[in-house]
Design a protein around this ligand. Structure first.
Ligand code: SF4
Length: 452
């Protein structure tokens, strides 16, 4: 080799990814672009030529964690580019860490790449430029987040996401379907559809018709779900609001086209609190909707999250929430104590609830839901459920899996003793007979693997 053909080591980028699944998808897009351009990803600070920190700015604890992560990257490496929700929050990053090389907001792959090009220009190398067609993902090989839109048109008073990420911008449906096709072809068995408001998909483009494989498809939730079902893998919907048109997708669940699972963040049940929160669909009769959905699809799993201690929430409001839990018998539920978010309108509302009352309400809420959840899970005993295998722990002799009622990271698990002979792999969808349950998890025995 003469000096003109000597290949230098490619530039290496360290990457720290914080925040929610939407931020994870942003990280995946940046990582994909980095690999596509021939950069290597460094697993350590000292092996990196530069570090990108994708931050979260949702609540104070997340801001602190993000600022700490930036500080650590600066201490350990020195060359740091900041992206993500915290980057959109004015000067907070530069005030705390004036030495960062660049700061961008969320969903900003092009800006991040521009900053990297400026500080670390890529050398073209056709061998290193190759990336798998599905891109780089941070999730395990068998499931993937599929982000269908960015931003949000609502103005919930406790949330600053519309300020950080802007109004709703739906991805063209053909683009989304092409990505889903590539993911399915790469071995993904479960797609987790995410956005800020999945039920609003396509509103901004007036449900425009696009073409996928020569077939017209509308940029709308129902048509998207129908089209996704053709890949023959699990499709799970997150962040849906109880609008009337959500009724249209329940028959697809009943027919097994997409998973009978709805993640709907109700946040509260008191009309007064929902109004103060300015929640989308807050005037809908939620109980009536839930009953309709269950009539159409009796196996539907409904997951939700709630906030206790929102400003102005009285004991009576909170009791309405507990009564709603009793009536709605939701399957999977989370509850958070309200906390001020820098820049959110709710901070200005009267009637702040003292911290100890917030915590006490969260505890009462979770105790009630634990009883409901335990009862509901118990109904699975003796039944055979389809599960997807997340991990095989030979040291503990356990297969760790999830039913179609359980999303990764947020819902429960099924623990299965590894039988003497089996050919299970992570990502297999197989059948399990449930033998025991508690408030959140289940235990079961493996039946014959049904789908590799
Ligand atoms: S729907 Fe409300 S909580 Fe969700 S992103 Fe939009 S403004 Fe925030």
């Amino acid at each position: 080799m003469n000096s003109s053909t000597v290949r230098h080591r490619p530039h290496r980028i360290g990457f720290v990814s914080l925040g929610c699944p939407k931020a994870t998808v942003d990280s995946e897009h940046i990582l994909t672009q980095l690999r596509a351009e021939g950069y290597e990803i460094s697993p350590s600070y000292d092996g990196a030529d530069l570090v990108v920190v994708n931050t979260c700015g949702f609540i104070d604890a997340a801001v602190e964690e993000s600022l700490d992560a930036i500080g650590e990257a600066l201490d350990e490496n020195g060359k740091v580019i900041v992206t993500g929700c915290l980057g959109a929050k004015g000067d907070i990053v530069r005030q705390t860490h004036p030495n960062v090389l660049a700061v961008t907001g969320p969903h900003a792959t092009a800006e991040v790449m521009n900053a990297i090009h400026e500080h670390l220009p890529a050398e073209h190398d056709p061998f290193l430029d190759l990336v798998p067609p599905q891109g780089i993902r941070l999730t395990p090989r068998h499931y993937a987040y599929l982000k269908i839109s960015e931003g949000c048109n609502h103005h919930c008073t406790f949330c600053i996401i519309p300020d950080l990420r802007g109004p709703l911008v739906s991805r063209p449906v053909n683009d989304v379907l092409l990505e889903a096709e590539r993911l399915a072809a790469s071995g993904v068995k479960e797609l987790l559809v995410v956005s800020q408001d999945t039920s609003a998909y396509g509103v901004d483009v007036k449900y425009k018709t696009e073409f996928y494989n020569g077939m017209p498809v509308k940029t709308r939730m129902k048509e998207l779900c129908e089209a996704l079902s053709q890949f023959g893998i699990w499709v799970r919907l997150h962040y849906v609001y109880p609008y009337p048109h959500v009724n249209d997708i329940i028959p697809l669940m009943a027919k097994g086209k997409i998973l009978p699972y709805l993640d709907i963040p109700f946040q509260h049940a008191s009309p007064k609190v929902l109004k103060a929160m300015k929640r989308p669909a807050s005037t809908e009769n939620t109980m009536q909707r839930i009953n309709q959905w269950r009539e159409i699809c009796p196996d539907i799993t409904i997951r939700s999250t709630f906030i206790a201690g929102f400003p102005g929430e009285t004991e009576e409001d909170f009791q309405l929430l507990l009564d709603f839990l009793d009536e709605a018998q939701l399957d999977r539920v989370g509850c958070f104590a309200y906390s001020d978010v820098d820049g959110a309108k709710a901070n200005e509302l009267d009637g702040a609830v003292p911290e100890e009352i917030k915590q006490e309400r969260v505890k009462r809420f979770m105790e009630k839901q634990a009883g409901i959840s335990a009862q509901k899970l118990k109904q699975n005993i003796g039944k055979t459920r389809d599960v997807i295998i997340d991990a095989i722990d030979t040291a503990e002799n356990l297969i760790i899996a999830r039913t179609s009622s359980d999303a990764p990271d947020i819902d429960g698990l099924v623990y299965i003793d590894i039988p003497d002979s089996h050919n299970c792999q992570v990502g297999d969808i197989t059948q399990v007979t449930i033998t025991a349950t508690d408030e959140y998890d289940m235990w079961g025995a493996l039946r014959a693997p049904m789908n590799n």
